[in-house]
Write a protein that binds this ligand. Structure first.
Ligand code: MHO
Length: 156
């Protein structure tokens, strides 16, 4: 049995590549979540008008990697104190957000966010939102495994 986890942490190319490297992650796809428009295109999301975040939907085997490890990876692969941006990428599509699929995921995500906030690891407060998952709109195929196919890296 596999489980799903969904994270927004800036440009989804790099986020997908990082999650794919983890043992226990069986699949990952990039897409859009949390906005108002059905079937949004990349251009619509980029214009910052739809309210969607760029997200990665991770499919994992909970017997090989647990949700808590994924959440910890999420917090270390981006700067969760930035609001509606990630480095040079500016706009609410780049916001830091965890979309949870059930109550247990919600509790784990909140516990780790609070723990990190109190730990002093970041100079500023964590801006990450934790919200129930909405419809995952899979992004255009040319965005899937973008870095693996084209090489290079995200600007951050
Ligand atoms: N600044 C990045 C954003 C891409 S990401 C899929 C670029 O255009 O290279 O939002």
């Amino acid at each position: 049995m596999t489980e799903k986890a969904t994270f927004g942490a800036g440009c989804f190319w790099g986020v997908e590549a990082r999650f794919r490297e983890l043992d226990g992650v069986e699949d990952a796809a990039v897409g859009y979540m949390g906005g108002t428009l059905d079937s949004p295109t990349y251009e619509q999301v980029c214009r910052d008008e739809t309210g969607h975040a760029e997200v990665v939907e991770v499919v994992f085997d909970p017997e090989r990697i647990d949700y808590e490890q994924l959440v910890r990876e999420f917090f270390s692969l981006h700067d969760p104190t930035q609001v509606n941006r990630q480095g040079p990428d500016v706009g609410d599509q780049y916001r830091s957000v965890i979309f949870t699929h059930d109550d247990r995921q919600h509790q784990v995500a909140e516990r780790i966010r609070n723990e990190l906030d109190e730990s002093g690891r970041f100079d500023r407060p964590i801006a990450t939102a934790i919200e129930p998952a909405a419809t995952f709109w899979r992004a255009e195929e040319y965005h899937q495994q973008y870095l693996a196919r084209r090489g290079g890296s995200c600007a951050i």
